[in-house]
Each structure stands twice: as structure tokens, then as C-alpha cells.
Design a protein around this ligand. Structure first.
Ligand SMILES: Cc1cc2nc3c(=O)[nH]c(=O)nc-3n(C[C@H](O)[C@H](O)[C@H](O)COP(=O)(O)OP(=O)(O)OC[C@H]3O[C@@H](n4cnc5c(N)ncnc54)[C@H](O)[C@@H]3O)c2cc1C
Length: 395
């Protein structure tokens, strides 16, 4: 860490620093320079000052004792009367990561009448389930949930905290990271754990042009959120194991200034994220009407249809049908892409459990790098043939 300091006794208030700053980060106040929030600590002002009155000071960052923080905590979200599946996927990933460094996996459950969910979590391979169960926690209130999570994290000192990138998780995780003055990486697509327990949080960055590896080197815990359907859920075990730790509500939580007056659930909509079979149309489609054959193929296969972003931009489909960074993440059993090139912004959110079949006229299309079955052919030839064949078989 570095900061800029001004030596008052040397500064003449000439303003050379303010003129030289390319970021407009120096305000002259009462004849003295003051750095504002735009300061990048680049040091140009240091060189520009004729009086040598400006210094760039290196400050040593205090590093946490990593051995004091261990295990992986997964926030187990209760959503619509069930455990959100992303929490189970995260438990699966956490178990994989934990095995490499001898950690245990713990779960944190916050809600009202949470006992059945705690019992269910005993079937998913966690060693401890911490439960905050109170009528005051029946609806998500960010302050109350954050206070409970903070209370347990201070008690258990997990090295890593994984949270689903749901609406609730996206609200909770940053609050917690701020409370612990530590790092949070949102929407990770891959996670790895180094021997020294640094979590490598991998996600697309700069508009998806690079896969960034983000590490929280000096602080603990390490917070990461992951979207639904990015990781694999483990198989549920018939045997129940894992201790249930019933925690007392931290003081003041029940008397939060936030009161939930009523909750109107949005009627559940079928999402492409839940589809087991998906047929996807890309810019290889020439006109909107040609989406009909994509829909027909999807329907004959008993699946759903989706699109790449250009088709949403053309107004041919709504955003909830779009796969990709700025759309949905999908993980069907079978996915058939038709006229999709395979840009990273698309493929980073498209995972198939069993088969990715891609139809593209360009043999060098990047989609073939991830496809299990590559069909180098015109989609206008292949898709109608598939439809005909499926109809014949259905007779
Ligand atoms: C910040 C950011 C976020 C983004 N988010 C998303 C996102 O969420 N989802 C997304 O999809 N994109 C996203 N993009 C855009 C992305 O970079 C690509 O531009 C987009 O995915 C390309 O869509 P496409 O493959 O359908 O089209 P193209 O790249 O144009 O590919 C069309 C393909 O069709 C093939 N083709 C043409 N005719 C035929 C035919 N008759 N038969 C078979 N194949 C044919 C071509 O060979 C080509 O490979 C994002 C970009 C940015 C910068």
C-alpha cells in the first residue's frame, strides 16, 4: 500500500502538482494541495513538485496469521421453502477444495423454523451446521442476516466463505466482506485452493476477454460468490452425519430497524437454467422466423430453447432466454448450439453435464473447442433433418 503525503513546511502552494496530475486528483485548498478520491498514488505530483514537498510513502500491509483461520463455510440459503440448490453445489465444491488441505466443510443456516433444513444438511457431507433459528429471521433482512453470519464467522474463523450468487447472496456477501475488511470475488466460475490456503478465485474479467485469477493474500476470511449451475452438487448420502450447532441470536438482531411488512412472491417462472435439454440459436440464424425450427427441435426433444446475445439485441428473444455473462448460466444434460461461434462470454456460462453438440459451418469456430460432438455443416441442413428424424421416430 502507498499514499501521498505533503510536507507543509516545504509547500509554497504553487499548484504545479495539481496542474501535473492527469487524474484531476489534487484540489488546491487555501493554497495547499489536497488529494481527493481520484488519486491513484501514481507519483507524478512527486516529480512535478519543484520544492520536493510531496512524498510517496509505502505503508506496510499487516498480514493475517492464516493458521488461525481454517475450514470452509458454505452459506446454506433457504429459498421458497427449500435449500437453494446452489448451496448444495457449493458444498460439493467446498468438499473437493477442503480435501486438498485437510479442512472441514461447515454450513451456516439462518432462518425461521430452520430445523428440517439443518437435518437435511446432515446428508450432504458437512461436519458442522450452525443454525440461527428465530421468527425474526423468517424473511431476509440484510442487517439481521449479516449480524448472525458475522457472529458465527467470528466464532468459527473459516478461511473461506462461499455464498451463492442469488439475490440474497449478492446482498449478504459484500456486507460481510466489508465487516471483516477482506476481499470478495463475485460470480466465480472456478475455484482452487492453494497449499498455503489462498483461494484462487477465477472469473471472466474485462468484458470476458480474460479469465482473472483473484487472490486475497493478506486477509481472512476469503469470500466468493458463485452462480447457480456453475458447480456440481454431490450425491445426497442416505446416512446423516455432522453436528448441529444451535446458535443464540446476537443482541439487537430481533430489534432491527427494518420491518418486513409483507412479502409478495413472484410467481415462479421456468428458467433456461433449470432445463435438462437446451437447443440454442445464434447469429447463424438468418431471420427471426427461423427461431421456429430451434423451438420445434427443442420441443421434440422435450427441452427448452435459448439464444446467444446478438439475438436478444435484435429483439428476437428476451434476456431471460440468453445464455452468457450478461444472461443466464446453464448446465443441462444435453445442449445443441446452432450457429453460435462460442465467444468466452457465452461459453463461460454454458456447461453441459453430458453432451455439448455444436453445429457451425466454420471448422475453426471456438465453440468446437468445448463441444463433445462437432457438426461442421449448415444449420439449415442439419436442424430440419433432426426434426424430420425425431418426427419419424415419434410415429
Ligand atoms: C461484456 C460483454 C458481455 C457479453 N455477454 C454475452 C452473453 O451473455 N451472451 C452471449 O451470447 N454473448 C455475450 N457477449 C457477446 C459475445 O462476445 C459474442 O459477440 C456473442 O456471443 C456472439 O454470438 P453468436 O455466437 O451467436 O454470433 P457470432 O459470433 O456472429 O457467430 C455466429 C456463428 O454462426 C456460424 N454460422 C453462420 N451461418 C451459419 C449456418 N448457416 N450454419 C451453421 N453455422 C453458421 C458462424 O460461423 C459463426 O461462428 C458479451 C460481450 C461483452 C463484451
Amino acid at each position: 500500500m502507498a499514499k501521498i503525503a505533503v510536507l507543509d513546511r516545504k509547500c509554497t502552494g504553487c499548484g504545479a502538482c495539481a496542474s501535473a496530475c492527469p487524474f484531476g486528483a489534487i484540489d488546491m485548498k487555501e493554497g495547499r494541495p489536497e488529494m481527493n478520491a481520484a488519486c491513484r498514488v501514481c507519483g507524478i505530483c512527486v516529480k512535478a513538485c519543484p520544492q520536493k514537498a510531496i512524498l510517496r510513502l509505502e505503508t506496510k500491509t499487516a498480514s493475517v496469521d492464516k493458521t488461525q483461520w481454517r475450514d470452509i463455510l458454505v452459506f446454506a440459503e433457504i429459498s421458497g421453502g427449500r435449500l437453494h440448490p446452489v448451496s448444495l453445489e457449493l458444498i460439493g465444491k467446498a468438499r473437493e477444495l477442503a480435501a486438498g488441505v485437510g479442512y472441514q466443510v461447515k454450513a451456516l443456516l439462518i432462518g425461521s423454523e430452520a430445523e428440517p433444513f439443518a437435518q437435511e444438511l446432515r446428508h450432504w457431507g458437512v461436519s458442522q451446521i450452525a443454525v440461527y433459528d428465530d421468527p425474526a429471521l423468517g424473511y431476509f433482512r440484510a442487517d439481521a442476516y449479516a449480524a448472525c453470519a458475522e457472529d458465527y464467522i467470528k466464532y468459527a474463523k473459516p478461511s473461506v466463505v462461499l455464498v451463492g450468487a442469488t439475490s440474497l447472496g449478492r446482498s449478504l456477501a459484500p456486507r460481510l466482506a466489508t465487516r471483516f475488511h477482506t476481499g470478495l470475488t463475485a460470480d466465480c466460475t472456478r475455484l482452487e485452493l492453494r497449499e498455503n490456503t489462498d483461494l484462487v478465485q477465477i472469473r471472466p474479467a474485462f468484458g470476458g476477454n480474460i479469465m482473472a485469477q483473484i487472490i486475497t493474500t493478506n486477509t481472512r476470511p476469503q469470500f466468493a460468490t458463485v452462480r447457480y449451475k456453475v458447480m456440481n452438487a454431490p450425491a445426497r448420502s442416505e446416512a446423516a452425519a455432522g453436528e448441529i450447532l444451535r446458535r443464540k441470536l446476537p443482541a439487537g438482531v430481533a430489534a432491527s430497524p427494518v420491518t418486513c411488512v409483507s412479502v409478495t412472491p413472484i410467481p415462479p417462472k421456468r428458467s433456461i437454467s433449470d432445463a435438462e435439454i437446451l437447443v440454442v440459436g445464434g447469429r447463424g440464424l438468418q431471420k427471426e422466423a427461423d427461431l421456429d425450427m430451434i423451438r420445434e427441435l427443442a420441443s421434440l426433444l422435450g427441452g427448452d430453447w435459448a439464444v446467444s446475445r446478438p439475438l436478444v439485441e435484435k429483439g428476437w428473444a428476451t434476456n431471460d432466454r440468453q445464455i452468457g455473462l450478461s444472461g443466464r448460466t446453464v448446465r443441462p444434460r444435453l445442449i445443441i448450439t446452432c450457429g453460435v461461434s462460442g465467444a468466452i462470454q457465452f461459453t463461460s456460462c454454458m456447461n453441459a453435464r453430458d453432451h455439448i453438440v455444436s453445429i457451425n459451418t466454420d471448422p475453426d469456430a471456438p465453440i468446437f473447442g468445448v463441444a463433445h460432438v462437432a457438426i461442421v455443416e449448415d444449420l439449415y441442413t442439419v436442424v430440419p433433418q433432426l426434426i424430420r428424424r425425431l418426427k419419424e421416430e415419434a410415429k
